[in-house]
Design a protein around this ligand. Structure first.
Ligand code: ADP
Length: 291
């Protein structure tokens, strides 16, 4: 069953582009990445799904329920970590967590202690004394506390050091084993690659592609470096050449065509060396964002 489903969801701000015609779905139990540069529309999509802002047109469902008409019921079963967390500074962490837990039926003190301990968060401290990273941890505990069916994380790792990120990712994998679905927004490719099963790529408010991480990285695109004995005034003209950079006696190609065709094209040229590599996810993504 689809846990989240968007049908041409559109949100325009008065003077700004928000998101337009966004359609995709997230299946139960997935860790689904949402990636795009700052300003692409990730927060706008999430905030519309949670009905903090209203769609301009289109619609969406979460757990099969309408995001506008049934938002209260939806929120009961969603854990949300906003990209920026704001709290009443004067409160102690434990009081804030107990307070926010009252909105959910299944508050579990042992779970709160366990989550805080796993993230190395001292719940007896006042919010105002916490660093940015520690505030983020408060937000994470708050989002996971009531064992939500859907966990929505907007740029969750900013402020967490690498070790803490590691603990946090472990925690998310356990949440998924428990049966949760995770929607993970980020502008950092490596963490999406590490965490997610599928990813939606967005650019300037529009969906560019939805793909499994596996297909994105195992596609036919190759990085090819040709080294010649001396500088060659040469461009490889061949279908499938996505990009070509010439530097002295070296030509770098991003190539998605048939290897046989490339080899016959190179046959007879004064080639000194040939290197064929898998492109990094970064390079594949850049391909979507250039143009
Ligand atoms: P992301 O989360 O991917 O960084 P946002 O959803 O925050 O992107 O922003 C998408 C676009 O919508 C940007 O052009 C941004 O300037 C605009 N935007 C976001 N929030 C508002 C707002 N409250 N009022 C007007 N424009 C906004």
């Amino acid at each position: 069953m689809a846990i989240v489903e968007l049908y041409q969801l559109t949100k325009s701000y008065k003077n700004n582009r928000g998101i337009s015609d966004m359609s995709f779905s997230i299946e139960e139990g997935e860790i689904f990445g949402f990636i795009g540069p700052n300003g692409a529309g990730k927060s706008t999509t999430i905030r519309t799904l949670l009905n903090f802002i209203f769609p301009t047109s289109g619609s969406a469902t979460v757990f099969g329920k309408d995001i506008v008409k049934q938002s209260k019921e939806i929120r009961q079963q969603v854990g949300y970590l906003p990209s920026e967390v704001h709290y009443y500074d004067d409160m102690k962490v434990i009081d804030l967590l107990t307070y926010s837990a009252r909105f959910h039926k299944n508050f579990n003190a042992a779970r709160m202690k366990d989550l805080a301990a796993r993230l190395d968060l001292d719940v007896s401290r006042k919010i105002e004394d916490l660093s940015f990273g520690n505030r983020k941890k408060v937000g994470i505990v708050q989002a996971l506390l009531h064992e939500p069916k859907l966990i929505i994380l907007d740029e969750p790792t900013s402020g967490l050091d690498p070790l803490m990120q590691h603990h946090f990712f472990d925690l998310l994998h356990e949440e998924r084993k428990r049966g949760a679905t995770i929607f993970f927004s980020s502008h950092i490719l490596s963490e999406v690659q590490k965490m997610c099963d599928r990813v939606a790529i967005i650019k300037e408010g529009k969906l560019v592609r939805v793909e499994t991480i596996e297909n994105l990285t195992k596609n036919k695109v190759k990085n090819i470096t040709l080294t010649f004995e001396k500088a060659e005034p040469l461009y490889v003209e061949l279908e499938g050449v996505i990009k070509q950079e010439v530097n002295a006696n070296e030509i770098k190609l991003l190539y998605s065509g048939e290897i046989q065709e490339l080899l016959s094209k190179l046959n007879g040229l004064p080639l000194h060396d040939l290197l064929i590599e898998e492109p990094t996810l970064e390079e594949i993504f850049m391909h979507y964002y250039e143009s």
